[in-house]
Design a protein around this ligand. Structure first.
Ligand code: ADP
Ligand code: MG
Length: 330
């Protein structure tokens, strides 16, 4: 049904019908505000805004994947603090031309990940807009002391979970396909990483609970840029060995002339980038078995204040053309 027929309250009622109540929820969708149990004295709170045309393009982003991703990017921020996610608030600006089935698909993707991660959707807001606007807020709690960006010290090892650059390469192929330049190889794995990034909640919580990460951030804007944030906040530098960067098989097969650029600065990986003391190396390297994701040591923190250096196999520093994504820079 066209949303212009279903109307705001019809839509909210259908969202309410399809949303399970969730653990800790005393009052969910349907009143003026939600009421929830707080597990701890302190909450972790994060929000992300996704705008059509700027963060996603409906020509190559299916609604169901968009719903999944809108929640995933917020959960990734909770993971980067080493936290546990509890509740989500989802606000939408919706063009009335959309069909209610498209919004249904969006909620299916959102709720699918919410179920997987035991997060309860407890409310939101709905309005009409010229372009689709998705705003998500997630509330969680810290399982241990939250891991900040500022705790890295010179000599700490630098690690990243999963693989880098898949999302950026996947997006490149999607754009190419939209221009009907059919790529010969079908990079399904890369496209999936772009549409459905996995929030590394288990890895983040394990690192925090075991006191292993001295500093942590999720890679949303590109490795070089996000590592720069850790260096800035911690007052350290960093040296990364380019040939240690974890690249997926699909990436290696399809990166061609892009080389390692998408892995260094492509963005939207939503992997965890963290630092740990040299003496904890053995314990960190045991982590993948419990967290369900690979962890790769890619470099070391230095005393070269705020300077990020990427070294090639011969130890020569590579020139980085663009460190990563910045919404206000072109
Ligand atoms: P109010 O006018 O008091 O803001 P609304 O009519 O906007 O009330 O919302 C009614 C209920 O529906 C509230 O519980 C609100 O949190 C929930 N809600 C509104 N929009 C959404 C949405 N897009 N997703 C989930 N819950 C929503
Ligand atoms: Mg409202």
């Amino acid at each position: 049904m066209k949303l212009s027929r279903l109307g705001e309250f019809g839509l909210i009622a259908s969202i309410q019908r399809r949303t399970p109540k969730g653990r800790g929820v005393k009052i969910g969708i349907g009143d003026d505000a939600a009421s929830v149990a707080n597990c701890r004295a302190a909450s972790l709170v994060t929000a992300d805004l996704l705008l059509e045309g700027r963060h996603f393009d409906l020509r190559w982003m299916p609604f169901e994947d968009l719903g999944y991703k809108a929640l995933a990017v917020n959960l990734s921020d909770i993971a980067a603090m080493g936290g546990i996610a509890d509740y989500a608030i989802l606000s939408l600006g919706i063009p009335p031309r959309l069909d209610s089935r498209e919004i249904d698909a969006f909620y299916r993707g959102f709720q699918g990940l919410a179920d997987e991660c035991a997060v309860a959707l407890i409310g939101g807001d709905t309005n009409a807009a010229d372009q689709l606007i998705v705003s998500v807020c997630v509330i969680g709690h810290a399982a241990a002391r939250p891991v900040r960006r500022s705790g890295a010290r010179p000599g700490d090892d630098i690690y990243v979970t999963g693989t880098l650059g898949d999302s950026a390469l996947g997006l490149k192929f999607l754009k190419r396909r939209a221009r009907s330049e059919r790529p010969r190889l079908h990079p399904r794995a890369l496209i999936r990483r772009h549409r459905r990034p996995t929030p590394r909640l288990a890895a983040g919580a394990l690192l925090a609970q075991n006191g292993l990460a001295t500093a942590m951030i999720d890679v949303s804007d590109g490795l070089v840029q996000d590592l720069g944030h850790i260096c800035q906040a911690s007052g350290v530098g960093a040296t990364i060995e380019a040939d240690r960067l974890p690249l997926s098989a699909a990436y290696r097969a399809l990166c061609a002339k892009d080389g390692i650029a998408p892995a260094l600065s492509g963005g939207e990986d939503y992997e965890l980038l963290f630092c740990a003391r040299r003496k904890d190396r053995g314990r960190v390297e045991k982590l993948p078995g419990r967290a369900g994701v690979a962890v790769t040591r890619i470099g070391v923190c230095t005393a070269a204040h705020r300077k990020v250096a990427i070294l090639d196999a011969s130890g020569k520093a590579l020139k980085i053309r663009a460190p990563g994504h910045d919404h206000f820079r072109r």
